[in-house]
Design a protein around this ligand. Structure first.
Ligand code: ATP
Length: 584
């Protein structure tokens, strides 16, 4: 139960609703338990009438009163049972909502490394499946526990006061029932977990195939994917059948044990009545009703135990993530305005997970408003420099400085707010084009959106779509071309008007003519902004104040366009090669 302690703060938050819920549960059960007593009393009065002990008038009056009480008790018990669900189950839904938000907010602050070491499916599972299992503890488990305790306490008081010996015999099979249900529930849960796992394998496989459908079609491997799907599906079917087998045992077992209890009541109760140990025949009817009312809650004890065990396991998995501390911590609470000076002082950086030394002794200094272009072969460390400027990873020795301060001494959120980042693989959300651009500035007006799109040279493409800026992208909508995606992504960054702009090879899918036009616009827009452009093309770098060339994490050349084209080396070779390609 240690892991479930995490939920105590929520129980405290909803304490009043829970207390009311518990009181309502008690009231509903007390009223429900009037029924057996009233049925017993009604049979007794019938028996008395048959024996001539009461007059017809008394018989009619008493029977009628009992019937009215029975209806009244059933109605009240019904209303309170409704309210019981409305309070306790509602609280469980509130707690489920709060817990999901807590987990989601925590996910948001965790560092990139966390996302690399955990699979997306697992993150999703913990926030949906596991939270669902925890809710079963918060809601149904608590509700049925209260239900069982109240029902048991009141019923046993009534039963012992009526016929103590018969009570003992009646209750004998119940612990066996509870134990059997517990065992069965565990078996059911184990098998459902196996079914869940096989379902997620099946859906992960299907999802991946749908995403890569164009590859599957162009390679003509549909028969292969069909037979793999068939295999996974057959596996899942077998697991479902195994689960159904044990599930099918649940009700027969309950019916068997209720039957045995009923038999005991009829047999032992009948013998006691004949022997004169119990006075009224109505007691037997009353006890049969108790047995039937108690069987379900007793079975519940077994079920609840297994629910709590599952919730405990799920909460443990949730806590494992909630206890994970973000590697990148914000140490400064007050916002720090950012000017945009950037300096790398002999920066070396190794990725923990791969042990790849991506940067080796890299140094450069960029004043606010200046532009730096980074060129180099693939895998030479260019994107890593941008990641370090956005503090997606921390370097050990305070060697990355922004505004002359170690980057870790700036407010993390101020830093990130001041950055407009265009990644290498433009990611667009399944939303309208307009909202995708406004992502950079939520309160942007339509005019600002159009202007950003014009500067990114994508406006004309967008207005060419039937729904223009309201065109939905992604799975539910149209697919943009690689170059269009990159340009929407640029518009998203420039609409923000950030102090620092980071472009990661974001014009690679754009033809050179459009690139030229976008770069022209960017020169105007980034005049007073610190800009870092990663590229494989000289055309993107030539206007920069500074250019550095990386090779295997090291700076092998630096300078500006003029100086570099006059020096033998990577830049000059690239320039000559790209110039001749252009002329061809
Ligand atoms: N998140 C990461 N985790 C571990 N290793 C990484 C990570 N990102 C990059 N690397 C490694 O670090 C090295 C530098 O990668 P980086 O992405 O900075 O290169 P790049 O110059 O931007 O390459 P490209 O031009 O292909 O985009 C590569 O060897 C890469 O495999």
């Amino acid at each position: 139960m240690k892991a479930l302690k995490h939920l105590n703060k929520y129980f405290y938050k909803y304490r009043y609703q829970l207390i009311i819920g518990i009181l309502i549960t008690i009231i509903s059960r007390v009223f429900a338990l009037f029924t057996p007593r009233l049925v017993g009393a009604s049979i007794n009065i019938i028996s008395d009438r048959l024996d001539g002990k009461v007059t017809d008038a008394v018989f009619r009056a008493e029977l009628m009163t009992n019937i009215l009480y029975l209806i009244g008790a059933a109605v009240i018990a019904g209303i309170f049972t409704f309210l019981m669900r409305q309070t306790i189950i509602n609280v469980s839904r509130y707690i489920e909502y709060d817990l999901k938000n807590e987990i989601y907010q925590h996910y948001q602050i965790l560092s990139l490394n966390f996302y690399k070491s955990n699979r997306t499916g697992d993150l999703m599972n913990r926030i949906s499946e596991d939270v669902g299992k925890v809710r079963m503890y918060v809601g149904p488990a608590i509700m049925y526990t209260m239900n069982t305790i109240t029902l048991f306490t009141v019923a046993i008081i009534y039963m012992v006061s009526t016929a103590p010996k018969l009570t003992l015999y009646t209750l004998l099979p119940l612990p066996i029932l509870s134990f059997a249900i517990y065992k069965l529930s565990r078996l059911i849960n184990n098998r459902s977990t196996i079914v869940q796992q096989s379902l997620s394998t099946l859906s992960a496989y299907t999802q991946e195939n749908f995403s890569g459908i164009s590859i599957i079609k162009s390679y003509g491997i549909e028969p292969l994917t069909n037979s793999e799907f068939d295999r996974l599906s057959a596996e899942n079917r077998q697991k479902q059948i195994n689960l159904t087998k044990v599930q099918a045992l649940f009700f027969p077992m309950m019916i068997l044990l209720i039957g045995v209890s009923n038999l005991i009541v009829v047999y032992v109760g009948g013998m006691q009545y004949i022997n004169g140990e119990i006075e009224d025949i109505g007691t037997i009817a009353e006890f049969i009703m108790y047995v039937n009312m108690l069987t379900w809650p007793v079975a519940m004890i077994g079920w609840i135990t297994s629910l709590v065990q599952q919730a405990e396991a799920s909460q443990e998995r949730i806590n494992e993530f909630l206890d994970t501390q973000p590697e990148i911590q914000n140490k400064i609470n007050e916002p720090t305005p950012i000017k945009g000076d950037i300096e790398f002082k002999n920066v070396s950086f190794t990725y923990d997970d791969t042990n790849i030394e991506a940067l080796k002794d890299v140094s450069f200094k960029l004043k606010s408003g200046e532009t730096l272009a980074i060129l180099g072969k693939t895998g030479s460390g260019k994107s890593t420099i941008l990641d370090l400027i956005g503090r997606l990873y921390d370097v050990d020795n305070n060697s990355v400085l922004v505004d002359n301060k170690p980057i870790s001494e700036l407010n993390l959120y101020s830093l990130r707010e001041s950055i407009g980042y265009v990644p290498q693989d433009a990611f667009l959300f399944s939303d309208t084009i307009k909202n995708n651009i406004k992502f950079g500035k939520e309160d942007a007006t339509d005019e600002e959106v159009f202007e950003a799109a014009k500067n990114a040279k994508v406006h004309n493409n967008i207005i060419g779509f039937n729904k223009g800026y309201d065109t939905i992208l992604g799975e539910r909508g149209i697919t943009l071309s690689g170059g269009q995606k990159q340009r929407v992504s640029i518009a998203r960054a420039i609409i923000k008007k950030p102090d620092i702009l980071l472009f990661d090879d974001c014009l690679s899918a754009v033809d050179t003519e459009t690139e030229e036009k976008i770069l022209k616009n960017l020169v105007k827009l980034t005049k007073d902004k610190t800009t870092v452009i990663v590229s494989h093309r000289v055309s993107s770098a030539k206007n920069a104040d500074q250019i550095i060339i990386l090779d295997d994490g090291k700076v092998i050349q630096s300078g500006n366009h003029e100086s570099l084209i006059n020096t033998d080396g990577y830049y000059k070779e690239l320039y000559t090669k790209q110039l001749s390609e252009k002329e061809m």
